[in-house]
Write a protein of this length. Sequence first.
Length: 391
Amino acid sequence: MYRFMSEEELEIRQISDLKMIHFYRLGGNDALAVHYGNNKQINLCSMDANYQLLMERVLSLYSQCEDKKSIVIEAASQKLLEQAMEGARSHTSFFQRVGKKYVDMETSSSPLFASDGVLRETLLPLLKYYLSQLYHMWNVQAEFIKENPGWHRRCVLKVRTGEETKILPVRINETTGTSYTVTVGNFMQDLSNLTLEIDYLEDRIHIIFESENFSLFGESHYLIDSQRVTAHTSIQVGGQVVYHQEEPVETCTNDLSKKTYFSEQYEFLTKETNTDGSLYKLPWGGMVLCRATGTTQAEYRHTAHSTVYLEEYLSKRVLRHYSYRLVESPENGLQLRTDGAVMRTLYYGDKSGQIETYFSAAGCYSGWDYKEYLESKYFYHKWEENNHGVI
């Protein structure tokens, strides 16, 4: 779609010839300085809005340049760049490990099925968890009754509080492929709303919830790395902090040697994503699988990061898979991300049997094969009986 671009974005998109490239670190952040054209230059760090756009433009122009010696670049930066960029004849690690199985599947540039229902239903355990916790803050014991089927982005929750049964209308909007805004009506009292913003990111889940009627504002952060998942929630009422606590996150990796719910979920996740690692259970029942593995190649350290989220409700499932590789020079600390991928798989349930996989744009960090064969495409196949796992 057409839109108004900033002057800086327009300038970056019109860069056509590189004179000098300089990678460096600025206050703990990656930074990039570029000289181009007739004595022009631009200098951005990873905290700047157009940093990824500049990196993508530089990588694209550098890969297309036939006379790379005409570009001034330090030896260390050039080696780092060559390490990060995969040649045209070799596939990136994510494509080899995960992406190549989708190439021969049915594909589309737009979805063939409505996904609103799957996304709505698989968010219900999270919504019920936060609603129960907030009701408890006001000494109200809430018991959810089995809800009626919803429609697209809307549904109704039924909650029993003592002798009363409350009807809570729910509306869910997908702001991006990984971010959602949820409005719950009749929260605690009639005509009072609770709004939640939910973001699934490569290294965290971030949840904001607030209700103007109760002067309520809260945040939950579930921070994820290869060693642990740490969770904190802070809640304010009337501008005063009334709750600040580390939340429980259950480690499931120790149970994998036995035939349990966790071992079957682990088997399902590793099979679907070809990724192993540590498994954790979130407070509402969602699962997180994460891993970081390092190797040294040609004097550069390569660390592969993967985070997989699984949310499910009845026979519906949503799997979100984030992956990237970090190339680091131990000599000067320079870093460059590459082989980025963002994958979302929807399991439409027993009655449908359909599976939809969508690969989001991962920007300058994704490899050439990801952009060519997977990016912004939908893939479809049937959900076979032996793929169901535990529902």
